[in-house]
Design a protein around this ligand. Structure first.
Ligand SMILES: [Zn+2]
Length: 89
C-alpha cells in the first residue's frame, strides 16, 4: 500500500503551500456565483486561503482571489470570509 500524499494547495494571500485541510476554500460555481465552500466538495473552480486576517488582507489588496478565480469577487465575499474567521477564533 502506498501512503496517500496530502493534496497541497497554495494560499492566494501568502502563496505558501499547505494541505487542503489547513486552508479555506472559495469556490466559483459553474453558474458564476462565488461562495465559501465549507465542506470542500462544492463543484467549480476553487481558490484557497489561510484562515488568517493577514492573508485575507493581502488577497483583498492584491485582488488575488479575482486573479485565481478569473472572475470578479465582490467585497461581500471578503467580508463573509472575515466573519468566518472571527467565528472560528
Ligand atoms: Zn496564507
Amino acid at each position: 500500500m502506498k501512503t496517500k500524499s496530502q493534496p497541497m494547495r497554495s494560499c492566494v494571500g501568502c502563496g505558501e503551500q499547505k494541505s487542503k485541510k489547513e486552508l479555506m476554500r472559495v469556490v466559483l460555481s459553474p453558474e458564476g456565483t462565488i461562495s465559501i465552500d465549507r465542506v470542500g466538495k462544492a463543484p467549480g473552480r476553487g481558490a484557497y486561503i489561510c484562515p488568517s486576517k493577514e492573508c485575507l488582507q493581502a488577497a483583498y489588496k492584491g485582488r488575488k482571489l479575482e486573479r485565481s478565480l478569473k472572475h470578479a469577487v465582490s467585497k461581500d465575499v471578503y467580508e463573509t470570509l472575515e466573519q468566518d474567521l472571527e467565528q472560528q477564533a
